[in-house]
Design a protein around this ligand. Sequence first.
Ligand code: C5P
Length: 222
Amino acid sequence: MNKLAPVITLDGPSGSGKGTIAALLAKQLDWNLLDSGAVYRVLACAAKRQGVALDDEERLVDVALKLGVHFQNHRVWLEGDDVTAEVRLETTGMAASTLAVLPKVRAALLQRQRDFQQSPGLVADGRDMGTVVFPQAHLKIFLNASPEERARRRHLQLKGQGVDVNLTSLLDEIKARDERDSQRAVAPLKPAMDAIQVDTTALSIEQVLKLIMDEVRHRRLI
Ligand code: C5P
C-alpha cells in the first residue's frame, strides 16, 4: 500500500448517501474518487453484451480481467462506448449484486480497485472498501439510513434523471439487494471494526459532509 496516498472509505447500503457524499468529499479535498459499485455495474453490462450468464464464475473472471473500463468526468466508458445511463439502471444494479456474490469475480476486481490509490489521496465508496479492499484506510465511515428513506432518496434521484419508477417496487428491490449484499459469504456488507457509523436518515448532505470533514481534520489527513 502506498503510504503517501491516504484513503478514506465510505461503505454502506444503496441509498445511504455514500455515492453523493463520496463525490462531494473527493471534490472538496481534491482527491481521487473510486465508485466501486460502478466497477461491478460495468462488469454486469459487459457480461450482458458478451452473453455471459451472471452465475458463470469462470467466464465472468475472464471478462473482469479484460474489462476495458474508463471513468472520466462522472461518465463511464466501456470499450469506448459511453455506458453511463445503462450503468445507473436498477436492472444493472441488480445484475451487479448477483455477480458480486462470486468470490473469484471479487478477487479479479481487487487490484483494479486498489490501483485508484494515487496521490494526493483517495475517497473510495462501496460495500467492502474498509473491510477488504483498503483495510489500512486512514479513515473509515459506514453510512446507513432506514430502507424507506433510502427508497425515497433513490426515487427522487431517478425522477431527476427522468426515470419514473414505482416507490413500492424500489423499496422491495432495496430490501432484496440489502439481503443479498449482507448475507453473502465473501465480503458481505458490514461495518469494519474501526469504522465510524453514521445514520443519515435524519441528516442533510451538508451535515454528513461536515461530520466527516471534522474527522478528516481531527486525524490531520489534510
Ligand atoms: O453501490 P451500487 O449500488 O452501485 O452497487 C451495485 C452492486 O454492486 C451492489 O448491490 C453490490 O452487490 C455490488 N458491490 C459490491 N461491492 C462493492 C460495491 C458494489 O459487492 N464494493
